[in-house]
Design a protein around this ligand. Structure first.
Ligand code: 1WB
Ligand code: MN
Length: 342
C-alpha cells in the first residue's frame, strides 16, 4: 500500500485582530515608509485587491483548514504576517508579539496535527525579545521564530541584537527571516513599477540581510545558529561562488572581519531555505545541489499564493521519493521540531 507523503507547508501567514487594528492605526498616521504602500492596501481605508488578504489572514480554523483539506496539506507552520510587530514602538511591539504568540499557541494546541507556529518577538528590545523567545519555546512549545528583516533600518548582525541570536542558538530553534519592505536607504528605487514588495524588493532586502549576517562573522560567534530564508533562499546561494571569491580577496581589509569559513560554507551549515512562492523546478534543482537536500523545505506562502500550484510543483518536480519526503516533511520536522507521524 502506498500512503500519501505528509505535506508540511512552512511559510504560512496569519494575523490577529489586535495586530490588524494596530496596523490600521499606523495607516492613519504619518508613516510613509515603503512598507506602508502594502500595509495601507491591506489594512487602510482605500481597499484594493490586497484588502482581500485580510480575511484569510485572520481566519485560522475555517477557510484555511478547508483549503488545506482540499489540497492534502497536512500542516501549516504559521507565522505572524509581515511586517509583524516591527512597525510599532518597542513597548507596543513587545506586547503584541506576546499576544500573538499566546494566540498562536492556542490554535496549535487545538490542532496539533494541522498547525505548528513560529513565534514573534520585538527586536527593538533585544533582552525582552530573548525572554519572549524562551517563553515561546519552553512554555508555549512553539517551533521557532520569525522576524521580518530589518528593524528601524538595523539588521541582526548589529551587536545590539546578539541576545536574540544567542537565545535562538541556545534554544536550538531556527529564525525565519521573512521579508518586509527594504530599509530606507535601499528603498528608493523600489517605489516604482510595483517593485515595493514580493515582486522584487522583498528579496533584495532579505538577501542583503543574509549577506550582512554572513560577512559580519556572527556565525563564528554563534556557530549553531540556524537561519531560514524563504522564496528559494532569496537567491543568495546563487551568488555562492562570487561571494567566496570576493570575500576571500577582501579578508582583513579595514572593517572587514576575518571569517573562519567561506560564505558558501555558512550557507550550507547555518541556513535552510524554503520554496515559498517560487515554483521553478530549475531553481529548485540548483538549490538542492548547492545547499544539499537536507536544507530545502516546501512552503506555499498562504494566503498570498495559491495552494494548488504549490502542491502541484512539489508533486511533479523531478525528485526521487526520498528527496520528496525530505522537502515535503522530513526537513521541516527536523528544523522545526515537529513530531513525526506514523
Ligand atoms: C504579499 C506577499 C504581500 C507577502 C504580503 O503582505 C506578504 C504579496 C504582507 O504577494 O502581495 C509574503 O509574505 O510573501
Ligand atoms: Mn510570506
Amino acid at each position: 500500500m502506498t500512503t500519501r507523503i505528509r505535506r508540511i507547508a512552512t511559510e504560512e501567514a496569519f494575523s490577529i485582530p489586535e495586530v490588524a487594528d494596530a496596523l490600521r492605526d499606523v495607516c492613519a498616521g504619518p508613516d510613509n515608509g515603503i512598507d506602508m504602500l502594502l500595509v495601507r492596501r491591506i489594512y487602510g481605508e482605500n481597499s484594493s485587491y490586497h484588502a482581500g488578504f485580510l480575511a484569510p489572514l485572520l481566519d485560522l480554523e475555517n477557510a484555511r483548514l478547508r483549503d488545506m483539506d482540499a489540497n492534502g496539506v497536512d500542516m501549516q507552520v504559521l507565522s505572524l504576517t509581515a511586517p509583524g510587530v516591527q512597525l510599532f514602538d518597542a513597548d507596543t511591539a513587545t506586547a503584541l508579539a506576546s499576544v500573538a504568540n499566546d494566540r498562536l499557541a492556542e490554535v496549535v494546541a487545538r490542532h496539533p496535527k494541522r498547525f505548528a507556529g513560529l513565534a514573534s518577538f520585538a527586536p527593538h528590545s533585544p533582552k525582552r525579545a530573548a525572554r519572549e523567545m524562551e517563553r515561546a519555546v519552553q512554555q508555549l512549545k512553539l517551533n521557532g521564530f520569525v522576524v521580518n528583516s530589518h528593524t528601524g533600518n538595523e539588521y541582526l548582525d548589529h551587536p545590539k541584537f546578539w541576545p536574540v541570536l544567542e537565545a535562538a542558538e541556545a534554544l536550538d530553534r531556527c529564525i525565519y527571516i521573512h521579508p518586509r519592505g527594504p530599509s530606507d536607504m535601499l528603498a528608493g528605487p523600489m517605489r516604482d513599477y510595483g517593485m515595493f514588495s514580493a515582486l522584487w524588493a522583498y528579496g533584495v532586502e532579505v538577501s542583503t540581510h543574509a549577506v550582512r549576517l554572513i560577512l559580519s562573522g556572527v556565525f563564528d560567534r554563534f556557530p549553531r545558529l540556524k537561519i531560514c530564508l524563504g522564496h528559494m533562499g532569496e537567491a543568495v546561494h546563487f551568488w555562492s561562488w562570487r561571494l567566496d571569491f570576493m570575500s576571500a580577496r577582501a579578508q582583513g581589509a579595514p572593517g572587514i572581519p576575518r571569517l573562519a569559513l567561506k560564505p558558501s560554507e555558512y550557507l550550507q551549515r547555518n541556513f535552510v531555505i524554503t520554496t515559498s512562492g517560487q515554483e521553478s523546478p530549475l531553481a529548485l534543482d540548483f538549490s538542492i545541489r548547492q545547499l544539499g537536500i537536507d536544507n530545502v523545505l516546501w512552503a506555499i506562502d498562504y494566503p498570498y499564493q495559491p495552494t494548488a500550484p504549490a502542491v502541484q510543483f512539489m508533486d511533479t518536480a523531478p525528485l526521487t521519493d526520498d528527496q520528496r519526503h525530505k522537502l515535503y516533511h522530513l526537513n521541516a520536522e527536523r528544523v522545526f521540531h515537529i513530531p513525526a507521524v506514523d
